[in-house]
Design a protein. Structure first.
Ligand SMILES: CC(C)(COP(=O)(O)OP(=O)(O)OC[C@H]1O[C@@H](n2cnc3c(N)ncnc32)[C@H](O)[C@@H]1OP(=O)(O)O)[C@@H](O)C(=O)NCCC(=O)NCCS
Length: 184
């Protein structure tokens, strides 16, 4: 599949590239990532090299892992990453800590969800996070996902476990207004 760029009011979502390496390494060493993400831990430069040189291009070529860099302008510094996995049909995302709290991930999530539904003719886009990841749940809620309950993660964690997680879904005919029923 050919990578496609998505633009929003404030953001450009394009391909993560090898020059993003230093920021990927810096941001993926955030201690929150050990707890909430399935990325390797401790995060080493070779993990960023694999991500940028192999995982991202292969994922696009096969069409099974579509990954975007989040930037303020084309060619600008990386703020974070958002991606969609075909096998689970779900979104995954992170922002470097200096870029949180500006609503960027909500904006990116809405844009990616709409584009995926349109471009791939999907019936729905899913989301999940480890139970208690309030920031992630807040993004999904604000992007208009409906909460569908607690269950083990679909994605296996580093030790092969499937921790309890919160699940949500956005249907092709849904609007982006926040839905009720989310954990407080
Ligand atoms: C999840 C993440 C991308 C959210 O980033 P963000 O910058 O907070 O996203 P947004 O700015 O779009 O904010 C979404 C909302 O969540 C709220 N929020 C942020 N952190 C929160 C927290 N710890 N508890 C409750 N709400 C929180 C924000 O205040 C915002 O709501 P508001 O606009 O009403 O103020 C970011 O926290 C992150 O990268 N975390 C580490 C990686 C991770 O957990 N990824 C998700 C894996 S499923």
């Amino acid at each position: 599949m050919e990578p496609f760029v998505i633009e929003t009011d404030r953001l450009v979502l394009d391909l993560p590239i090898p020059t993003d390496r230093d920021r990927v390494i810096e941001y993926c060493r955030d201690p929150l990532f050990e707890r909430f993400l399935t990325l390797p831990w401790p995060y080493e430069p070779r993990h960023a090299d694999f991500f940028l040189e192999t995982f991202v291009p292969k994922g696009w070529a096969r069409g099974n892992e579509l990954t975007w860099a989040i930037r303020l302008e084309s060619g600008g510094p990386l703020l974070g990453i958002i991606g969609w996995r075909r096998d689970h049909g779900d979104l995954g995302f992170w922002l470097g800590s200096p870029h949180r709290g500006y609503g960027y991930m909500t904006e990116a999530t809405i844009a990616v969800t709409d584009r995926l539904i349109r471009e791939l003719d999907l019936g729905e886009v899913a989301w999940e996070c480890v139970a208690g990841n309030a920031a992630s749940a807040s993004v999904a809620r604000k992007a208009g996902f409906a909460y569908s309950g607690e269950a083990p993660t679909r994605l296996a964690f580093r030790d092969g476990s499937h921790p309890l997680s919160w699940h949500g879904v956005f249907g092709a005919n849904d609007d982006h207004s926040p839905k009720s029923g989310w954990p407080a």
